[in-house]
Ligand binder design. Structure first.
Ligand code: NG6
Ligand code: CA
Length: 505
């Protein structure tokens, strides 16, 4: 009798252990995934990458306890193409992706697999909170009716977004299919062609402006800031820029909290540190670099809030946080906010040449940190990595692989992302009006027939766009100062062939 009791007790324990093990195995194969995607954050803009005139303790904490990449890249040197390649695993040039106006139709072809749709199929709850900038709807958008297709048709279960950029109309949030806090009695109209309504613009009423702006950013004034594009109506729905980081943080936390018991994927695409730079009042003047520094402090605060929430909920050992940016830095991007005057010794792109819009390394080499306590060993990785490869890698993380036409350019680099290997694929593409290809420390920039466009010349950014082939040895010349194409014709030919192969695949 007594032995029977002991035996049945043992069996019970074996079952409990087996069940617990199975649960934890299941848990580890389905970790939560959070991508914190900053807008226009440059390689040198955070203190763990060398900034000294602004401090980013929360981002630094991810770097100290996670894997900090020194040669990781967004897909392109501007927003829409980068986001397109991150979410579809397809190079942006294949879809002619370029910076979109705020009333553009959805750029992601309908019915294709995306990073969120793959995870959704694996049972993940998926959400996008923040900047979308990949177009919405088909044809002309009626902002007063349900707007689709959009994120909800692209693999996200939940969506709380701004349609394009903070400097573009319409200045409203879109919650699921509908403008948030829309008022049918005050319909929203948007135009990128001509002035509509009689609201003040940056040209007609300069005295109303919080920040002076260039001509492109001098259309309808919303919240004291003139924007690109004209808008009328939707007075109650309009955002207050200064509250945006708080609004997105609250939405992100709510999503995490309501999905804490099942695997989730959160794509948190902050609007900091893009222009117009409008930190909440509590972050104003906290560093010597003015508003551009203040929004860096603000995005650091959001990063800390999300990380602490994950810890508070006991999810930190089961959550992979990827922190990165959509393109390199720019100081003057249309508004007078003293970013240039107050930069001092700050090097927004670190030691690299160029920045946002540029084919030089400053365009796409961005801060990138993978943080997953207990799984990712803290350290620094110099492996070459592109965000276009994250779709296949994150699919692999959940035990899936891409099949058929899904993520055609996305390669599984999971061991690189998790730091168990630094063996990256030999070639990596960078997009910036022209195409560049990295091969180890070599970089080839394809000639750009048109050279630097006039509008880019005014930005004081070295575009790297010239009519000649360029080859740089980043090992000895990380600042891309000596074009050695003439000295290495065979290598140039090899890289041109490789580029052609990618273009014609
Ligand atoms: C440019 C805007 C710039 C910014 C950028 C998009 C002008 C002159 N400049 O066209 O202010 O909005 O587009 O930035 O209009 S991004 O980060 O979304 O790519
Ligand atoms: Ca951007």
């Amino acid at each position: 009798m007594r032995y029977q009791k002991i035996i049945s007790c043992c069996i019970a324990w074996v079952i409990v252990f087996a069940f617990a093990n199975c649960q934890s195995a299941k848990k580890n194969s389905q970790p939560n995934i959070i991508i914190i995607y900053i807008d226009d954050l440059g390689y040198g803009d955070v203190s763990c990458y060398g900034a000294t005139r602004v401090q980013t303790p929360n981002v630094d904490r991810l770097a100290q306890n996670g894997l900090r990449f020194t040669d990781a890249h967004c897909g392109a040197a501007t927003c829409t193409p980068s986001r397109f390649s991150l979410l579809t695993g397809m190079y942006a040039f294949r879809n002619n992706a370029a910076v979109l106006p705020g009333d553009a139709p959805l750029l992601i072809p309908q019915g294709i697999e995306t990073l969120p749709s793959i995870l959704q199929k694996r049972g993940y709850a998926t959400a996008v909170v923040g900047k979308w900038h990949l177009g919405l709807g088909i044809g002309t958008i009626d902002w007063n009716k349900p707007i689709n297709p959009g994120p909800l048709e692209t693999g996200f279960d939940h969506s709380f977004i701004i349609p394009a950029t903070v400097d573009r109309v319409p200045c409203v949030y879109v919650d699921g299919h509908n403008v948030y806090q829309a008022d049918p009695a005050d319909p929203i109209l948007v135009s990128y062609k001509e002035q509509i309504g009689d609201e003040p613009t940056g040209l007609s009423n300069r005295e109303m402006l919080k920040m002076k702006a260039d001509t492109q950013h001098s259309n309808t004034i919303i919240n004291g800031i003139s924007r690109i594009g004209f808008m009328t109506g939707g007075k109650k729905a309009r955002w207050r820029d200064e509250d945006m980081a708080d609004v997105f943080t609250t939405k992100a936390k709510a999503f995490i909290n309501s999905n804490k018991n099942k695997p989730f994927f959160l794509y948190l695409a902050l609007t900091d540190i893009h222009v117009p730079r409008t930190p909440h009042e509590r972050f104003l003047g906290k560093n010597p670099m003015g508003r551009r520094g203040d929004v860096i402090v603000e995005m650091d605060w959001v990063t800390g809030e999300i990380t602490k929430d994950i810890e508070r909920l006991g999810l930190d050992k089961n959550t992979l946080i990827l922190f990165t940016s959509d393109n390199g830095p720019v100081l003057d991007d249309g508004y007078s906010d003293e970013a240039v005057e107050k930069a001092g010794t700050h090097q927004p792109a670190g030691n690299f040449r160029g920045g946002k819009y540029s084919a030089f390394e400053g365009g796409t080499r961005v801060p990138t940190i993978a943080y997953w306590p207990g799984t990712i060993k803290p350290g620094v990785s110099s492996a070459l990595m592109s965000q276009v490869d994250w779709m296949a890698s994150l699919a692999a993380l959940t035990g899936d692989s891409l099949t058929g036409k899904a993520g055609p350019d996305s390669r599984n680099v999971l061991p690189v992302l998790l730091g168990t290997s630094d063996k990256a694929p030999a070639y990596m593409l960078e997009e910036a009006y022209t195409l560049s290809i990295r091969y180890g420390n070599w970089k080839y920039i394809a000639p750009q027939e048109k050279g630097t466009p006039d509008w880019l010349k005014n930005k004081r950014i070295e575009s790297g766009l010239i009519q000649l082939p360029q080859l740089y040895d980043l090992q000895t010349d990380p600042g891309e100062t000596k074009n050695v194409a003439a000295q290495h014709p065979e290598l140039v030919q090899q890289l041109q062939n490789e580029l052609k192969k990618i273009q014609t695949t």
